[in-house]
Design a binder for this molecule. Structure first.
Ligand code: MN
Length: 227
């Protein structure tokens, strides 16, 4: 194949204990998927899930010093369980959703909260508040055939050693299987798709110089800083 401009590299994320990497097709994110976070954002806590997306190349590997993003005075952390899809499917039944999961990882949905709230107020899209460069830090994916399915695990994030979010993925309003079933009725899920499943309460600002440490039991840790 010959292209008229240079073709982009395939975005990818590390796989734990492997030289091989997980290639990223798309990054879908669930909005407001923990009741206490939905409430802190001013919403009801049992609405159907809704989604936004980030570009595949928004992914940032573990251990990165991320340049502080432009165009925001209010960058927020959102610690999230990330699901890596390993098998394609549409209209996936809830009880077969696990068959489509390759593995799980620890991610942060970085958010330009000031731009998001301004967009929300005007009914405008969230792309520029959610899908900007380097907005998707993600640690190595752990294959489900090694760690099992993550449905009851502590999830927390510390900024400069201070705990900011501290919850359990069992508190997801729409669990992983339900989310896969619902999302696969909207798009044909593909191997390489990542799903950021939503964040618990306690979101807050990050500034240049911050050291961020996220964790999910069974999946290890994610570290990054803002420079
Ligand atoms: Mn989020």
């Amino acid at each position: 194949m010959t292209y008229v401009v240079s073709a982009p590299d395939i975005a990818s994320v590390a796989v734990a204990d492997s030289e091989a990497r997980f290639p990223i097709h798309r990054i879908y994110c669930v909005g407001r998927n923990y009741a206490a976070h939905a409430r802190e954002m001013g919403a009801d806590d049992r609405e159907p899930p809704f989604y936004f997306a980030k570009p595949a190349d928004a992914i940032v590997p573990d251990g990165t010093a991320i340049p502080f993003p432009p165009a925001t005075q209010n960058l927020h952390h959102e610690i999230e369980l990330v699901v890596a899809i390993g098998r394609a499917g549409s209209d996936i039944p809830v009880d077969r959703a696990h068959e489509h999961v390759y593995g799980y990882g620890v991610g942060v949905d970085l958010t330009r909260r000031d731009l998001q709230l301004a967009a929300r107020e005007k009914g405008r899209p969230w792309d520029m508040s959610k899908g900007f460069d380097n907005s998707a830090p993600c640690a190595a994916i752990h294959p489900a055939d090694q760690v099992g399915h993550i449905d009851d695990a502590a999830i927390w994030i510390k900024v400069n050693g201070e705990t900011k979010q501290d919850s359990n993925v069992s508190k997801l309003i729409w669990n992983v299987s339900e989310t896969i079933a619902h999302l696969s009725a909207l798009v044909h899920l593909q191997p390489g798709d990542l799903i950021y499943t939503g964040t618990p309460e306690g979101v807050g600002p990050l500034v240049a110089g911050d050291q961020v440490h996220g964790h999910i039991d069974g999946l290890g840790d994610l570290h990054f800083s803002l420079s």
